[in-house]
Design a binder for this molecule. Structure first.
Ligand SMILES: C[S@@+](CC[C@H](N)C(=O)[O-])C[C@H]1O[C@@H](n2cnc3c(N)ncnc32)[C@H](O)[C@@H]1O
Length: 205
């Protein structure tokens, strides 16, 4: 399952994203701010982290990565990242983390409900992940999160193109559209993903 990523590992971030800096910076901004806010010094565990390119955009936070591809782990360590070789379905950090993230990889959860429950056991504040709403109905995902104890869910469109580098004003306009409305709903019917932050209402709000 991870073998296809081996040959891509050394250049993952540069090749997978046309404008990696903008894309990952926007993802990082939402990791910090969507749902309960992360504070300096908090630990983020990034499941299926690839080469750990996201870490460059989370200053002030401690970044730990996990990936099941040995080549990705080697590439991430070469970038100076603290990364473990492991399967997101089973990996457990040595200590609880403030946030767990999982990007472009939620489909590697063998059993989604069990995966959420596993993550909930070591995650204190929130789980942040992206989701293709054309592939996964949000209501079903919300129900699985609720069973795992994540009874609150903040969701917003994530309109960051992966394969195209847009001029700044166009990117800024897309980010404004993420606030919702009919055009955002229309776009999501054909393209882009949702960003989800799941957390426990009573303890975080
Ligand atoms: C599409 S890439 C996403 C990488 C990174 N999260 C990003 O957004 O750029 C998917 C990653 O998931 C990893 N992966 C696949 N199955 C996995 C599993 N069961 N446990 C951990 N990582 C896995 C792959 O090795 C690959 O690095």
């Amino acid at each position: 399952m991870t073998s296809k990523y081996g040959p891509q590992a050394e250049r993952w971030t540069d090749d997978a994203y046309a404008d990696a800096a903008s894309y990952l910076a926007h993802r990082a901004e939402l990791i910090v701010g969507l749902g309960p806010r992360l504070e300096p010094g908090d630990t983020v565990l990034d499941l299926a982290c690839g080469d750990g390119g996201l870490a460059d955009h989370l200053p002030g936070l401690r970044y730990l990565g996990v990936d099941a591809s040995a080549e990705m782990v080697t590439a991430a360590r070469r970038r100076g990242r603290e990364v473990a070789l492991g399967d997101l379905n089973e990996y457990e950090p040595a200590e609880h983390v403030a946030a767990t993230t999982c990007f472009r990889a939620i489909y590697y959860a063998r059993n989604r409900a069990a995966f959420f429950a596993h993550v909930a056991a070591y995650t204190d504040r929130k789980l942040v992940f992206d989701l293709n709403p054309r592939q996964y109905p949000l209501a079903a995902v919300r129900a699985d999160l609720g069973h795992a104890g994540f009874d609150e869910l903040e969701v917003r469109p994530f309109f960051a193109p992966q394969r195209v580098s847009l001029p700044r004003p166009a990117l800024a306009a897309l980010h404004v559209l993420e606030r919702g409305g009919p055009f955002a709903r229309l776009l999501l019917r054909y393209r882009f993903s949702l960003l989800c932050a799941a957390f426990r209402g009573g303890r975080n709000s």
